[in-house]
Design a protein around this ligand. Structure first.
Ligand SMILES: *Cc1c(COP(=O)(O)O)cnc(C)c1O
Length: 228
């Protein structure tokens, strides 16, 4: 199957999952995850309609964006080190992986320098795995409250990478937990915070994520095949 065929198939599956949950399919955005994918195949995906591209490393993204330009909206979905914040604000329309206040402050400072308001999501360690990125579940609301005070970042929602499990049904409770967490924090009506976006769901489980309220799914393998 071509990249275009795969993309169409993913959109169909997103739409079907949205309908099962009584949701409007247009309320779900697809991020086409291009890490390790070469420029030619990225161009092919964009020609087939990919509007948002997701990269997980700043350096790799920088090289691709220098080569390809702003052919689509670029999102950072992987871990961000504070010392790379100054590059990240120049490259990405959305940063999905803000998980500590120092990083939020640095993004605020760097975005301010270039006169930008940086859209971000707060990444939550939804399964409580200490080794994984993300703010602890219990600390997420506090981080949102503090980061909300920074004028050059705009919090748009939450993101999570749940454990990789073969059966998507096993992942469903984590998606529910992220949705409930977002709803709980939204009730606080924190000024300048919108928790509309839930970035959750990957190749193996995006339909379950959409059924549970995902507004942003991040799909790589199911579009480009296995990464080498
Ligand atoms: C690689 C990656 C994805 C895409 O994973 P696939 O299983 O290839 O769809 C999604 N989210 C993050 C954070 C990733 O690093």
């Amino acid at each position: 199957m071509s990249i275009a065929d795969n993309l169409k198939h993913i959109h169909d599956r997103i739409a079907a999952a949205a309908k099962r949950a009584g949701r409007d399919p247009s309320s779900v955005q697809l991020i086409v995850v291009t890490k390790t994918v070469d420029a030619e195949r990225i161009r092919e995906a964009v020609a087939a309609g990919a509007a948002i591209l997701g990269e997980n490393r700043v350096q790799e993204a920088k090289e691709k964006i220098e080569k390809l330009g702003q052919i689509a909206s670029w999102h950072l979905i992987g871990h961000l080190q504070t010392n790379k914040a100054k590059y990240a604000v120049k490259l990405f329309d959305m940063i999905h992986s803000v998980d500590n206040l120092d990083l939020a402050k640095e993004l605020d400072k760097q975005a301010g320098k270039i006169g930008k308001i940086q859209n971000v999501l707060i990444e939550v360690s939804i399964a409580g795995e200490a080794a994984k990125a993300g703010v602890a579940l219990q600390e997420a609301a506090g981080l949102v409250r503090e980061a909300a005070k920074l004028k050059h970042i705009a919090i748009k929602g939450l993101m999570a990478v749940p454990p990789l499990l073969d059966n998507p049904e096993m992942v469903r409770p984590y998606f529910q937990r992220l949705r409930e967490l977002a709803a709980g924090i939204a009730q606080e009506n924190i000024p300048d915070v919108s928790l509309q976006e839930l970035s959750m769901g990957m190749s193996g489980d995006f339909e379950t994520a959409v059924e549970e309220g995902s507004t942003v799914v991040r799909v790589g393998t199911a579009i480009f095949g296995k990464r080498s």
